[in-house]
Ligand binder design. Sequence first.
Ligand code: NAD
Ligand code: TYD
Length: 350
Amino acid sequence: MKKILITGGAGFIGSCVVRRFVNNYPDYLIVNLDSLTYAGNLQNLIDIEDFPNYRFEKADIRNKEEINRIFDKYDITDVVHLAAESHVDRSITNPLDFVLTNVIGTVTLLEAAKTKWKENYGEHLFYHVSTDEVYGALGSEGLFTEETRYDPHSPYSASKAASDHFVRAYHDTYGIKAVVSNCSNNYGPYHFPEKLIPLMINNIINHKPLPVYGDGNYTRDWLYVKDHAVAIDLVFHEGKSGDTYNIGGFNEWKNIDLVLLLCKQMDEKLGREPGTSNKLITYVKDRPGHDRRYAIDASKINRELGWKPSVTFEQGLSETIDWFLANEKWLNDVTSGNYATYYDKQYANI
Ligand code: NAD
Ligand code: TYD
């Protein structure tokens, strides 16, 4: 029986992955390990928290003793590692947190896996969920492939690049089965409203300024989070150890065009006059070291594992906006910090 440690399962992508694994694989035990930083929120998993194949452990991936204890307690067979500091702007103001969690935390997990699985490395998998930002920035042409040279620019992407290298080093040096996937920008339900799309949705709802960095012509390739979770499921089950898989939406948008699309869709949904939200757009000082363009060539995962995105951007965005409009309490809780008490309410007596 697989006993899978999913780290960062209370975050945006992690909660989607945990939900998918818990629902789709009743024969697996899914252990969600998360330290519940500002980005971790157990409200994201209320629908599955009582499932018999689900457990939650509040722990920090930097804490060696805790990680070893959890490996032993559940006899962990595989790891899907998503826990990370994930926001570029925060990495610019506080790079050390990113090194500690993303690099030291990842190596701490790898060390636990190396020790616990040493009898038979061939039977266990360490899967690192990473980002396309490790490849740096593109000009107006071309796509990131699995062969693109690493060239990270932000402290966030530098820390993710380092952790990718450590995962590969443990595969090459110790023979641990490992895969890495590098994905483009995700969007969808439960997205923390500091990232572009949920921040703009929240600000439009509340008639607040929509801060567009620099000239607004920076380009990102957007993927619906549920499609990323499907890809992670496939790579986990069918990916080749030692390989890398790029995952992307084939869906490039300049930031300003995306913000205009959001304004249009939200004005319609909120019953506001067309053009109302456009007036909130405010060009602000650029992010230092801002990568001009990201775009993924996802043909390898399509060719080898048969994956492709299942929803169009218009569908995914519409579903996302509907989710935020229907979940105002979630949005208010995370913007006011109320969710921090949810863990205490649920787990205080365990
Ligand atoms: P997130 O910030 O929403 O969630 C991160 C989770 O990790 C939170 O639940 C947090 O509590 C937990 N965490 C942070 N530090 C921890 C620590 N020291 N110990 C234990 N738990 C800790 O992030 P996300 O957007 O869901 O991203 C998840 C992963 O996917 C990250 O590794 C990120 O680099 C990667 N990724 C994200 C995107 C994206 O667009 N968001 C794209 C590609 C890859
Ligand atoms: P973000 O969601 O932070 O993701 P990443 O930096 O990892 O790609 O930002 C997406 C793009 O949107 C990026 O080019 C920066 C830009 N941006 C803004 O213009 N305004 C904002 O308020 C934010 C948060 C981002």
